[in-house]
Each structure stands twice: as structure tokens, then as C-alpha cells.
Ligand binder design. Sequence first.
Ligand code: FAD
Length: 400
Amino acid sequence: MNAAEPGRADQVDVVVLGAGAAGFMAAIEAGKRGKSVVLLDHAETIGEKIRISGGGRCNFTNVNAGPKNFVSENPKFCVSALARYKPRDFLAMVEKHKIEWYEKTLGQLFCRNSANDIIEMLLDELAASGGLLVTGADVRDIDKAEDFQVFTTRGNWRAPRLIVATGGPSIPKIGASGFAYELAARFGVPVVRPRPALTPFLFSEEMKARSGKLAGVSTEVTAQAPGSPVFREAGLFTHRGLSGPALLQASSYWRQGQPLTVDFAPGRDLAAELIAAKSTNPRREIATALGAGLPQRLAGFLAEEVSAWGTLADASHAELRRVAAAIHALDMRPVGLEGWRIAEVAAGGVDVRALDSQSMEVRAVPGLHFIGECLDVTGWLGGYNFQWAWASGAAAGRAM
Ligand SMILES: Cc1cc2nc3c(=O)[nH]c(=O)nc-3n(C[C@H](O)[C@H](O)[C@H](O)COP(=O)(O)OP(=O)(O)OC[C@H]3O[C@@H](n4cnc5c(N)ncnc54)[C@H](O)[C@@H]3O)c2cc1C
């Protein structure tokens, strides 16, 4: 933000900054209440995160969304907004626009055709509510006297209410920025240190050398970071570390230096299987026996990792139980996470303890609201982040 431009500023009731999921919803809801609204974005093409989401089909909500699916230093904050704007409310809008959708798995709802359907729907709803969308508007300065004054390269606006919906810094090449954090700091609003989330784990050079041949191998696992739930979904070895839905979920809870526990045989009694295999095939290598329920390359790697050498006959039952226990709870010792370049979301963000949970308004700065991903509310993988964007956007828009 540079020096303010003098000159004319149009008076409106509400300025919404950031035309993503949350900003659209807030602008639409405020417009429906008869407020004059301008929705500003610095990008020329809006809705880029919606467009690329869900592999181009936008996993726009999750029917099971509830507070337990969100990570925050204040986990109760999201309760009110989520209760007042439910997945079925968004689905009603989708159906009103005759957008075809389907449930993929675990309550995840996707567009049948394209994520562009959601963007078109939001544009139509905004137009119907009377809101004005201005793209390519780089913010030069924001002031607060009696009203907020927003100075941009595409015009200036004055409003008693400013809703900040500029998201988080993940995928900067499509216009993502940490602008909300800077603005929060400027108004004295604390920020919980932002960190990349829903992002793959990285291995050390040594581990990469040992696991390199596994790149592309995928299997069902459970993954758990300290303090996180146990996530049971696919795990995927990459050239750089570990990815796949279970790992992405755990990444939102993981902190540098912590262990990461992966069960490579979830729901199985591996000790019993190995002991049974010993009685039927005693000469079989332990590594080969492990391959009964796992990709063979992975079985070989795991046998090395847990020091399971030799044949089943060579190993006592106690030793086989040790091997099984180690594979059910292997610490993968990641050295870090992939950064903002590919993280799906930001964890941390504007500290919600400074906000009113009904209206998303900063208690100490009347008229200033933060919504969506820029807040310290981070959803699991599976449509939860959009549900938070819709719900927090609706909460702020309805409070205008
Ligand atoms: C690859 C990928 C796939 C995803 N898939 C899913 C999915 O399927 N389901 C799901 O629930 N979530 C998904 N997410 C997460 C989801 O996209 C975000 O949580 C959600 O878009 C956040 O909405 P938002 O409105 O808060 O922010 P955003 O959608 O990021 O919108 C912020 C807007 O603010 C604008 N902006 C930024 N800085 C400025 C500035 N200084 N001035 C003006 N405008 C600014 C940006 O251009 C952008 O238009 C995915 C994320 C990624 C990266």
C-alpha cells in the first residue's frame, strides 16, 4: 500500500475486498439486504481458486461439515457461522441454478461438469443482488476516518463497512496474497502465524535416497500428526516425500520437528498374518510375506525401514510382533512441508479471538470484517474450506 490518491471517492454501504468464494457470498448477502456493494479484486480474472479446485470440478461443500473438521487456535469460533449457513443452504443455490452435482465420497459434493458453473452462478447472484464487481483493482491505500476509504487503480470508494476476503498466500501465481495479514496488522488485529497446509511432506536427502524408487506407489494408510485425528485415506510416495489425501490432512496439524505416524496396514492384524504365514511358508522372506497385502516395492522398503531381515522361520513370534507394530506406526520423520507454491490452503491467519463470531467484525475496529481463508480457521480436505468461505461470507453479509 502506497500513498493515498487524493480525489473523488464513491460512497457505498459496503466495500468487499477479494472476489473469491467468501467475498462473493458476503457481497451477495449484503446486496440482498438492500445495501449498495462494491466487490473489488486485483486480478483481472476472478474466481481462479474456484476454477482450479477439485481438479476443475470444485468440491464446493461437504454434507458432513461441522466444527470438528476445522483447525484453529480457537476451535469454537466457527460454530455459529457454520450452524447458520449449512451445506444444504449452498446446495439450494446450486440447484436453483440447475447445476448438476454428485457426491464423490465421504460427503464431498462436486460439480458434474465444471467449476466454472459455480463462478457463473456467483456472478449471476451478484448481479441479481445489485452488487458491482470491479476487477484489476490494485489497492493503493486504505484509510479509516469516519468511513473506510479504499483507493485503487480502478477507482476510490468510501464505506462504513469494509469486508476483507483476500484469502491466503497459497498458489501466488494466481493472485493469492498475504494482504489480509498486512491489513490486520495495520489495524492492530493479531495474526496467528500463517503456515502452508493441505500440502505434501518432504523427506531428508537420506530418506529420499532410500524411498526414491517408490515414487508413484499409492496405498491406503492412516496418518497422524501429534494432536491430530487419525486420517485413513490414500497415501502416495513422491520423488520428494509423501502425499495423498491422508497425508495432506495430517499436514494441517503438523509442526516442524514433529514426528508423523503412518500405519501402512490399517485395519489389519499384521502380527497375526505374519505368524500364520510363518507356519505355512516358513522359508519365505519377511519382506516377501509383507508383500501379501502391500505393493511389493513398498513391502521391501518397509522391511528395510523396520530392520526385518531374513526368513519368517528365522524370526521369533516376538520379533514378528515387533515388525508388525513398527509397520502399524512408522515415524516417517519428515523434514518439512511443501510451501505456498502448492499448498491448498493457509493454516493460521487473522486471529479470530479478535472477532465477533456472528458478524466476523473486528471488535476493536467497528465496521472492519475478515472472512474466508484469511482467518485462522482451516478446513480439512474435502469441501470444508469452501463451506467455511460460504458460511463466514454469509455471516458477514447478513450483518450489514
Ligand atoms: C489447487 C486448489 C484446490 C482446491 N480445491 C478445493 C476444493 O475442491 N474444495 C474446497 O473446499 N477447497 C478447495 N481449495 C481451497 C479453497 O479454494 C479456498 O479455501 C477458498 O478459495 C478460500 O476462499 P476465499 O474467498 O477466502 O479466498 P480466495 O478464493 O483465495 O479469494 C481471494 C480473492 O482475493 C483476491 N485478492 C488477493 N489479494 C488481493 C489484494 N491485495 N487486493 C485485491 N484482491 C486481492 C484474489 O485475487 C482472490 O480472487 C483448493 C485450493 C487450491 C489451491
